[in-house]
Design a protein around this ligand. Structure first.
Ligand SMILES: C[S@@+](CC[C@H](N)C(=O)[O-])C[C@H]1O[C@@H](n2cnc3c(N)ncnc32)[C@H](O)[C@@H]1O
Length: 234
């Protein structure tokens, strides 16, 4: 199977150009530099608990650092990654091949808000979907989150890790972090929990929300209970 798929037609061109400009050079040092401040990513990957044969989609997969780890943690899972940046996807493709995961991985260029999983991947729903430090970079992030929630299979889960309230950090550290994030076009989503709650109500999902690393990282999970679907069908 070819790791690449055709570009989705519904890509937001502006977002693509902006992310390509940001990551054209940075992607070469991305994984080395980000490991010290994109905290909580490995916890998210362990929490996926994907069953053998299940499908895992990362939206905003970047260099595929996370997908490569997910591939090791879940050796029988089928892996999917999409990102708006062609530049990031160049690194992602290399990483997937270097990890020997090309036979069970598909990558596609797509915008989180509008992407059509059928045309990108030939799948209409997934067992596990996650955003890792991506919602904080997407202007229409609430729509991206709602769209992802609508793509869950019965029994499926949507996981998010991103910058949290930072309430447990010293005030100076929080202010410095916010200035620095602004330079990279990143905004902490302070209302992630309440937006998640609204989506959970709309889609009839269960929700858990918590912080780690003294509030630095926020974790949201939405569960699409398989029982709910059975009840609705009967
Ligand atoms: C901070 S990086 C995180 C990469 C990866 N998830 C990780 O944890 O290492 C954010 C990623 O989101 C992608 N991105 C930004 N806006 C996007 C959008 N609207 N749709 C899809 N991906 C997007 C960027 O191109 C970038 O690769």
């Amino acid at each position: 199977m070819n790791v690449w798929t055709e570009y989705a037609a519904d890509t937001a061109e502006e977002g693509r150009q902006s992310m390509d400009r940001m990551y054209r050079l940075q992607r070469h040092i991305y994984d080395v530099t980000r490991k010290y401040y994109l905290l909580g990513r490995d916890q998210l990957l362990r929490d996926l608990n994907c069953l053998p044969g299940g499908s895992i989609l990362e939206i905003g997969c970047g260099t595929a650092r996370n997908l490569a780890i997910a591939g090791k943690l879940y050796p029988n899972a089928r892996l999917f990654g999409c990102d708006i940046s062609d530049e990031m996807l160049k690194s992602a493709g290399k990483n997937i091949f270097a990890s020997g995961l090309e036979r069970r991985t598909r990558l596609a260029q797509a915008d989180a808000v509008t992407f059509n999983p059928l045309s990108s991947f030939g799948e209409d729903s997934f067992d596990r979907i996650y955003f890792s430090y991506t919602l904080s970079m997407i202007p229409s992030w609430t729509q991206a989150l709602a769209h992802a929630a609508s793509l869950l299979r019965p029994g499926g889960e949507l996981h998010v890790v991103d910058f949290g309230s930072c309430d447990g950090l010293p005030r100076l550290a929080k202010t410095t972090l916010d200035h620095w994030l602004t330079r990279f076009g990143v905004t902490r989503r302070e209302n992630l929990a309440s937006v998640g709650r609204d989506i959970a109500v709309e889609e009839v999902l269960l929700l858990s929300f918590w912080h780690s690393h003294r509030g630095y990282a926020a974790h949201l999970t939405l569960f699409n209970s398989a029982e709910k679907t059975v009840t609705q069908l009967s």
